[in-house]
Design a protein around this ligand. Structure first.
Ligand code: SAH
Length: 356
């Protein structure tokens, strides 16, 4: 009987990943390997400041140390196999191949001075929202810390060539951040750390489908990042239809957890609402939503549905979007809306990774 090697099996045999390490852990490795601790800072500088793409490029390290690092650590763990530029030049998608040959994507959105990177946290997604490409094939696996951090690192290197840097991070790519919680927290620490990417916590945003215990835990972490709830409906009944995952948590409980998060962290709370023609975009829905959020310190971000191949959903007409928005504004709710950037390159995450 012959065995077929499946990619997901290969994955568990790979080496440790360098970009999962904090500076402290790297110093610890140096001590265990009878190397000077300052070597750790040198490597971090090579990777996060100078954009080195291999240990071999780190010319101020001795050859034996470079050799040992290459034998022990995988770096880089992501390979960019495709980029796609929007017509207006403001959005670039990066498709990454992982070591087990699975694929994920990140999006760079360049708007004014902002250089925002939208990161993926899982291959696929367990939430299976009706309008989203990422959940179409369910969850394949969690990403590792290095697989998350390197998405930002490589895009930062790309920007540095133009004298720019990543300024903002949003966890709004493939996957559900709260379902890969430990990785999320370690990745945020590295993205934020002055030793690594040095991105301020105020410029990091986590978007969740509404995992109550995850929202609670995140509120108790030492760092304070912005939080977005993908709400998409004014009540549990409609929400369950659009987001099968939301059966797990009553909407009231999620909203209480969001209020607690705002209170504990003093960070901005945003409710994302993807408008779907005939499903959640009627006047009565806007009125119900306004009543649900009345008195809360929050922003509602309206996103007209961005068409996904194979899904039979429609973006509402501009008039319907305007009416929806004005009802919220009149109710005193801070409301923004955006036409999805990079529509011509299928900027809603997951769409590129699903293309064969
Ligand atoms: N799982 C997390 C993060 C990924 S989805 C979450 O649910 O928040 C991030 C956002 O992408 C969602 O809020 C949703 O509004 C948006 N999105 C996904 N597919 C979309 C589509 N086809 N059109 C418009 N917005 C979409």
């Amino acid at each position: 009987m012959g065995f077929k090697t499946r990619p997901e099996m290969l994955y568990s045999f790979t080496m440790k990943e360098f970009c999962s390490l904090t500076l402290f852990e790297c110093q610890d490795w140096m001590a265990q390997n009878r190397e000077k601790p300052f070597r750790a800072s040198q490597i971090f500088d090579w990777i996060y400041a100078k954009g080195a793409q291999s240990f071999d490029a780190m010319t101020n390290l001795g050859k034996p140390l470079r050799q040992k690092l290459s034998e022990e650590f995988a770096f880089p763990v992501l390979k960019c196999i495709r980029t796609q530029h929007s017509e207006d030049g403001e959005t670039i998608k990066f498709l990454w191949e992982l070591q087990d040959l699975r694929k994920v994507e990140s999006v760079l959105i360049m708007s004014g001075d902002r250089r925002t990177v939208c990161l993926s946290i899982q291959v696929g997604c367990p939430a299976r929202c009706a309008f989203c490409a990422s959940g179409k094939e369910g969850l394949k696996r969690n990403l590792s810390v290095a697989e998350v951090v390197e998405q930002a690192l490589h895009i930062d290197r790309f920007l540095k060539e133009k004298g720019e840097r990543v300024s903002h991070i949003v966890f709004m790519g493939m996957g559900e951040p709260m379902e890969n919680y430990e990785t999320l927290v370690s990745a945020i620490e590295l993205l934020n750390s002055p030793d690594a990417l040095n991105i301020s916590q105020r410029r990091i945003t986590v978007s969740t489908v509404g995992v109550v215990e995850g929202i609670r835990k995140l509120g108790l972490e030492q760092f304070k990042v912005n939080l977005v709830l993908s709400l998409h409906a004014p009540n549990q009944h409609i929400r369950k239809k659009i987001i099968p995952y939301s059966r797990k948590y009553p909407l009231e409980e999620i909203l209480i957890a969001m209020d607690e998060y705002a209170h504990l962290t003093k960070r901005d709370i945003t409710y994302e609402y993807t408008l779907l023609d005939g499903i959640n975009d009627k006047q009565e829905h806007a009125e119900e939503l306004a009543a649900l959020l009345r008195g809360k310190q929050c922003t509602v971000n309206l996103i007209p549905y961005n068409p996904v191949d194979g899904l039979h959903l429609k973006r509402p007409e501009k008039d319907a979007i305007e009416t929806f928005r004005s009802i919220l504004v009149e109710a005193g709710i801070n409301t923004t809306w955006r036409y999805t950037k990079g529509k011509d390159i299928a900027a809603a995450c997951g769409q590129l990774a699903l293309q064969k």
